[in-house]
Write a protein that binds this ligand. Structure first.
Ligand code: NAP
Ligand code: G4F
Length: 337
């Protein structure tokens, strides 16, 4: 049985999971990450925590899947977590139109499955755990900005519909059973660890590779939507703060500043001294059947109650991501001789 505080993270192999694992380990937690089985290695974002000479003795990985109740129950039983962060899911909005049923399964129904597993765990003498649910600004859909905790959800994708379902499941279980359950409503957050098929990373990676001659063109979809982009490292701090409060609640986490895809392109290509208009094509295959045009969050509740505010502005975020992708491209060139 663990003696220090223990946390369970689903989605530990993802962008947010990797930053959160680092944060919790730095605070002395024992961290139990759930990893889904894949035919190829899927742990590159966390290998520095569990492999080689620098492996952290407080970091444990367990096979499991949000579609599999038994694995959830087993990990709860083994880890006896004080805190649970449910970050796992099908996180790509465009893909949710291609896989709507699967998206509802792992982003919506799985949250109910997890909450039931938690109730089972408690009924059978398991430790009471606080629970964080990874909600999204996509839930606001076409609601007018700025959006806050009181804004109506108007979801525009199977992804967002599933996240809205999960949000209400968490509120319902909190009210019905008195459990410590929180919804984070997080606006877009990015980093050098962002998946390569999200628009920010797609752009920073292409800008770097075009600059170094590894690629020549970048093809995107709609360049008009506006997003409120922050740094993922800041956002996992907010998740942790939510679970340290006296009472469970729901919080919007955002920077309060929005930019368009065009604005992101301007800064990313300027960082490498290029004009994006010369390199970018658009293709309808990257369009969505319905789009979220404009989101910008009002995180004043988080600022007032959690003492949280973002540390990185938009320009620094873009520059950091481009610099990281330049370094990766240079390594690729060196490796290939
Ligand atoms: P991400 O990088 O795509 O990571 C998603 C994680 O979920 C990965 O570890 C993935 O495993 C895992 N996963 C997928 N399907 C699973 C399943 N069936 N069972 C167990 N694990 C599964 O996403 P992220 O950006 O870190 O986001 C974390 C969470 O926050 C997601 O739920 C996302 O929807 C939500 N969110 C993200 C943002 C954002 O801007 N980043 C904003 C609001 C909300 P593999 O590595 O094996 O694929
Ligand atoms: O980078 P995106 O795919 O992120 P999106 O759809 O805003 O979702 C992300 O943030 C959400 C928080 O609000 C999370 F809940 C979700 O899990 C995910 O992390 O697209 C951003 C915008 C969209 O308007 C999209 O239409 O960029 C536009 N876009 C234009 N060209 C593109 C592309 N998006 C992608 N992925 N690829 C393109 O080529």
């Amino acid at each position: 049985m663990p003696t220090s505080r223990s946390a369970m993270i689903t989605g530990v192999t993802g962008q947010d999971g990797s930053y959160l694992a680092e944060l919790l380990l730095s605070k002395g937690y024992q961290v139990h990450g759930m990893v889904r089985r894949s035919s190829a290695f899927n742990t590159s974002r966390i290998d520095h925590l569990h492999m080689g000479g620098k492996a952290n003795p407080n970091f444990f990985l367990h096979y499991g899947d949000l579609a599999d109740a038994g694995s959830l129950r087993d990990i709860l039983d083994l880890a006896q977590p004080d805190e649970i962060y449910n970050l796992g899911g099908q996180s790509h909005v465009r893909v949710s139109f291609d896989q709507p049923e699967y998206t509802m399964e792992v982003n919506g129904t799985a949250v109910l499955r997890f909450l039931e597993a938690l109730r089972f765990h408690l009924k059978h003498g398991g430790k009471a755990a606080r629970f964080y649910q990874a909600g999204s600004s996509e839930m606001f859909g076409r609601a007018k900005p700025p959006q806050n905790e009181g804004t109506r959800f108007e979801p525009r994708s199977p992804y967002a519909v599933a996240k809205v379902a999960a949000h209400h499941e968490v509120v319902n279980y909190r009210e019905s059973y008195g459990l410590f359950l929180c919804n984070g409503i997080l606006f877009n957050h990015e980093s050098p660890r962002r998946g390569e098929n999200f628009v920010t990373r797609k752009i920073t990676r292409a800008a770097a590779r075009i600059k170094l001659g590894l690629e020549h063109r970048l093809t995107l979809g709609n360049l008009e939507p506006r997003r409120d982009w922050g740094f993922a490292g800041d956002y996992v701090e907010a998740m942790w703060r939510m679970l340290q409060q006296e009472e469970p609640d729901d919080y919007v986490i955002a920077t309060g500043v929005s930019n368009s895809i065009r604005g992101f392109l301007d800064l990313a290509f300027a960082t490498v001294g290029l004009d994006w208009h010369e390199f970018v094509d658009t293709d309808p295959r990257f369009l969505r059947p319905s789009e979220v045009d404009d989101i910008e969050g009002d995180a004043s509740k988080a600022r007032d109650l959690l003492g949280w505010k973002p540390t990185m502005d938009f320009a620094s975020l873009v520059e950091m991501m481009v610099e990281a992708d330049l370094e990766l491209a240079r390594t690729e060139i060196r490796t290939e001789g």
